[in-house]
Ligand binder design. Sequence first.
Ligand SMILES: N[C@@H](CCC(=O)N[C@@H](CS)C(=O)NCC(=O)O)C(=O)O
Ligand SMILES: [Fe+2]
Length: 298
Amino acid sequence: MSIAKPEHQPDLTIEMFFDTDSSTCSYVVVDNQTKRAAIIDPVLNYDAAAGAVSTEAADAILHYIEQQQLSVDWILETHAHADHLSAADYLKAKTAAPIAIGEGIKQVQQTFKFIFNINDTELQAKGDYFDKLFGDNEHFMIGSIKAQVINTPGHTNDSISYLIGDNLFVGDSLFMPDGGTARCDFPGGDAHVLYQSIQRIYQLPDATNIYICHDYQPEGRPLRYKTSVAEQKQQNIHVKANTAEQEFVQKRQARDKTLAVPRLIYPAVQVNIRGGQLPSAAENGVSYIKIPLKVSAE
Ligand SMILES: N[C@@H](CCC(=O)N[C@@H](CS)C(=O)NCC(=O)O)C(=O)O
Ligand SMILES: [Fe+2]
C-alpha cells in the first residue's frame, strides 16, 4: 500500500491509496469546508493460499481519516469487484458510514447466488448487505459538495461512476489511456453496453478529471491514476472519440478471450456481493469460501 501526495482543488481534497497486490486505487474525497469525506473502493487484504483476511490497506485509510480529523459520510463502491475483496464492511464498523453501490447489484447478487448456490436466508439478492442503492443520475452530498451517480454498466451490471465536483470516479469502465478499458467477459458483462457507457462519459466536459480504479502499469511505466475526458478521447487505446461501436466490441472481445480468470475472483465475488462481509460462519464458527468445480468431459 502506498499513499499518493494529496491533491487539493479549491473545495476538495482527493487522496489515493494504492494496493500493489491487486493494483487497485482506492480514494478518500474530502470536502475541505466541512471535513466530511467519502471513501471509494477500499481494499481488504487477502492471502488466498492461507485463507487469511487482514486490514493493512483499510487501516492506512483509517489512519489518514483520523489524522485529518474527518467524518466519513459514505463508503462508495463503483461495482462488486471480481479481483479483490472490499473493506467496506470493516470500514463501516469503524466509521458508522453507510455503504452504497449501484442498484444493478441486485442482478449481480442474483447471478452469483445461483453460481454459488447461496440460500435465501444468506442472500435475498435485493441489495441486502448494502445501505444505499443508487439509481442513475441520483444526487447525494459529501458534506457541502454535490455528487452525482452516472450509470456506466458493461464491465459489470452494477458498474456506476461518481461525479464529485469536476471529478469522475469511473471504477473499471476506463483505465488510463494506455490500459484501455475493463474486460466484459464476467457474468453480466457486455462490450456493447460498455461502449455506450463510455459514450456517456465522453459527453462530459473535456476538462473533467477521471480517476481510475486499477492501474496495471503497462510496460512497467510508473503508476498513474488521474486522467481527463479530453485525454481519454484522444488517446485511449480501445475507445477514442471517433471509435465505432463495432470496432471497440471486436477489440474488447478478442482481448477478453486472452485473459485468465482473476486470481481472487471466487473469494472476491462471494465477499463483495455481501458488501464486504465474509459468508456466514458454519456450525464450527468458521467462514468458508466456495469454489464451483468445472469438470471437463473426456
Ligand atoms: N491479473 C489480474 C487481472 C484482474 C482483472 O481481470 N481485472 C479486470 C478488472 S476487475 C480487468 O478488466 N482487467 C483487464 C486487463 O487485465 O486487461 C488478477 O488476476 O487479479
Ligand atoms: Fe472490476
